[in-house]
Design a protein around this ligand. Structure first.
Ligand SMILES: [Fe+2]
Length: 243
């Protein structure tokens, strides 16, 4: 799973499904708390799981910066967090290798770079080419058979030319957003449901499946509206950033 972004109701729905499926381990790709939602409640849930390996996202890193430097979404989250929450975030690794599965938030070298997508100079989001995806994998551990990333909030699975498989599970808690880097652009899954992926090791290799979990977003929508963030409330309701 990835990109919970403080949406604890989506997180609880995903965890209930993960537990129902009987998953032995959870891999969490970061951006856990940032957003005008329920940051502290989210970290309380995540920190209570002893079956989870987590890495740090760019917004987890931002939350550790001085409060006066934070953007509006990070600032609301940071104000909710305790010292224990901050210590948990600060202790997260930027990448991890679990058996033959590699975890990172953006790419192996950057928590701010999209791995499976690119933004054109006009601000259009496009799929990256196979060679470019493979080039960004160059510094991942050679033994990794599955490479996991988050950050774009868009579910996608591709296979690299060396046979390794790349997976972005999509976002648990925020299905659409806008950003200004590298140029202004919008990312939208078009689906308000919570997303995660399941991995099953078979004798023939890894089976991967993308999952969609419907949940009641009304409390999170109300929190976004209470913080005067229609740019969060509308995506949480619809999956789209545009009207
Ligand atoms: Fe994110």
């Amino acid at each position: 799973m990835s990109d919970v972004h403080g949406n604890v109701d989506a997180l609880r729905a995903v965890l209930a499904e993960v537990d129902r499926l009987g998953c032995s381990r959870i891999l969490n790709l970061g951006d856990h708390a940032s957003g005008p939602l329920a940051a502290a409640e989210t970290l309380d849930v995540l920190m209570a799981r002893d079956d989870m390996v987590s890495v740090r996202g760019n917004h987890d890193r931002y939350l550790l910066k001085p409060p006066e430097t934070l953007g509006p979404s990070d600032a609301v989250a940071a104000a909710q967090l305790t010292d224990a929450h901050m210590e948990w975030l600060a202790a997260l690794p930027t990448t991890a290798l679990v058996d033959d599965v590699f975890l990172c938030h953006g790419t192996p070298d950057s928590d701010e770079t999209y791995w499976l997508h690119d933004v054109t100079p006009r601000g259009d989001l496009v799929d990256r080419s196979g060679p470019t995806v493979a080039a960004l994998a160059a510094t991942a551990p050679i033994e990794a058979q599955v490479l996991l990333c988050g950050h774009t909030h868009l579910p996608r699975i591709v296979q690299l030319s060396n046979g390794a498989v790349m997976l972005n599970p999509g976002s648990v808690g925020l299905p659409a957003y806008d950003d200004v880097t590298p140029v202004p652009h919008v990312v939208q899954s078009g689906d308000p449901a919570a997303r995660f992926a399941m991995m099953e090791r078979r004798s023939r290799g890894w089976d991967l499946s993308l999952h969609r979990v419907a949940y009641d977003a009304s409390r999170m929508v109300a929190l976004a509206q209470a913080h005067n963030r229609p740019d969060w409330a509308h995506p949480l309701q619809t999956g789209w950033f545009d009207s």
